[in-house]
Design a binder for this molecule. Structure first.
Ligand code: NAP
Length: 450
């Protein structure tokens, strides 16, 4: 390959940034523009990872080094499909890598799910992380709350709901989030797993973190602590599952602690319906039994729980993108080794995909490196046959956006906002305080970058 490739990456989360990193390393003359519909880079690390997880947020330092590379540009506040379409991108770039991730909530189809007081965990995580596109207010009026699901997102949501606002004040949470959390009257948060302790999707470290707050007593209800052959096999084969089970069993038998808020973990309870007169007043679950291989079936025994809010943390979902195929069953873009396939199973020339929208919303941040590696390997193998973009001057796309009055942000602009947020935190000994309104973010980026 001897032509200098021009590549667009859609999505500036870890998946897109890892892909850009692989690209510039694999092709010495390639240049990469990373677009994001948000004015800021880092995707779910900035807007999904819980604020009391500063260790995970530090992955941003490594991603910053990638975005600082002279052959990579960040172009924020550009909505693919609205501000720029695939047809236009193909004028400016030889190939496009889609890395838009998954930021919606998977649908839970049970009666009452749309009642006020029933929330998606992804929406709630966006709110407490100061996402510009969700309302500033969040009605935290429930004393007793249900969280559905047994993954790390359920753990995050339950922990944020159970902790006191002051415990979170050391983090980067925006002021409006602190103010709302401080008013929360929550005393009991109930997490419901539809399967047993050996089928949880939590990771041990995240599970242990539930128990460190001096204000929260974690209570494991022993009724659902059951194991079948499948459970025992999983525990033998998978170390982190065994570790989670050990932690849960220890918690199930320990003496009660006197703490003002309680976080309950229930197993073998599947959500059946949500009820209430104009708002959530109760959740009905059906007790499950293990069938032998780690699956469950209903027993016909139901329990009604008095709760005033239900948070659904049953997995994320990707959004379809304009002009691209999308498998609504898996919530992914069909592909072969990262090459996007059309409805006939043929590779759409110049189109590639990586990250959660390629493989589904599972796995930790580091796993997207493997995706990026596979996708970039395919792209580089195809390099000689890629369509040649006619307007390859890097300024051409900038002119295009300016002509359409798109208020895009740049890497220099984001760095200015970064400095500004850090300075907001300094007087309060906090690492940063986030700016939330989109216009304010863009103003700060563009004021300095220009
Ligand atoms: P997840 O790990 O796939 O967990 C989803 C949970 O929802 C599972 O327990 C699943 O149970 C349950 N569920 C699915 N459908 C359900 C239904 N209809 N009724 C009741 N329960 C249902 O998804 P996630 O928690 O959204 O996490 C996504 C990814 O992000 C994971 O890889 C996670 O590790 C990662 N993440 C990591 C961190 C961290 O490292 N700190 C934080 C957040 C997220 P079944 O198993 O029975 O299907």
């Amino acid at each position: 390959m001897d032509r200098p490739l021009r590549i667009a990456v859609i999505g500036a989360g870890p998946a897109g940034i890892y892909a850009a990193d692989h690209l510039i390393k694999a092709a010495e003359t390639a240049t990469v523009d990373i677009f994001d519909r948000l004015p800021t880079p880092y995707g779910l690390i900035r807007y999904g990872v819980a604020p009391d997880h500063p260790r995970i947020k530090e992955i941003i330092n490594a991603l910053h080094r990638v975005l600082d590379h002279p052959r990579i540009r960040f172009i924020g506040n550009v909505d693919y499909g609205v501000d720029v379409k695939q047809e236009e991108l193909s004028r400016f770039y030889d190939a496009t890598v889609v890395a838009t991730g998954a930021d919606k909530d998977r649908v839970l189809d049970i009666p009452g799910v749309d009642l006020p007081g029933s929330y998606g965990a992804a929406d709630f995580a966006s709110w407490y992380n100061g996402h510009p596109d969700v309302p500033r207010e969040w009605p935290l009026t429930a004393t007793t709350i249900a969280v559905l699901g047994a993954g790390n997102v359920a753990v995050d949501v339950a922990r944020i709901l159970a902790k006191t606002a002051d415990e979170l004040l050391v983090t980067e949470i925006p002021d409006n989030v602190y103010q709302e959390l401080a008013k929360s009257p929550a005393t009991d948060v109930h997490v419901f797993s539809r399967r047993g302790p050996a089928q949880v999707k939590f990771t041990p470290q995240e599970l242990r973190e539930l128990d460190v707050s001096p204000n929260v007593e974690v209570i494991v209800h022993p009724e659902g602590i059951e194991f079948d052959e499948g459970s025992l096999a999983t525990m033998r084969a998978t170390r982190h599952v065994k570790m989670c089970v050990d932690i849960l069993q220890n918690w199930a038998v320990r003496d009660p602690r006197d703490r003002p808020r309680r976080l309950h973990l229930h197993f073998l309870q599947a959500p059946v319906s949500i009820a209430g007169d104009g708002k959530v007043e109760s959740l009905r679950t059906e007790t499950q039994e293990l069938t032998g291989d780690g699956s469950v079936r209903g027993t016909g025994e139901f329990t009604d729980w008095d709760v005033q809010a239900v948070y659904r943390a049953i997995g994320y979902l990707s959004r379809p993108l304009a002009d691209l195929p999308f498998d609504t069953t898996t919530g992914t873009i069909p592909h072969a080794a990262g090459r996007v396939l059309d409805l006939d199973g043929e590779h759409i020339p110049g189109m590639y995909v990586t990250g959660w929208i390629k493989r589904g919303p599972v796995g930790l941040i580091g796993h997207t490196k493997g995706d990026a590696n596979e996708t970039v390997t395919s792209l580089i193998a195809d390099a000689d046959t890629l369509p040649v973009a006619p307007q390859r001057d890097p300024e051409a796309v900038i002119t295009y956006l300016e002509e359409r009055l798109v208020r895009f942000t740049t890497w220099a602009g984001w760095q200015q906002l970064d400095v500004h947020e850090v300075s907001l935190g300094e007087p309060h000994s906090r690492k940063r305080v986030k700016v939330v309104p989109r216009d304010e973010m863009i103003d700060i980026c563009n004021r300095i970058a220009s």
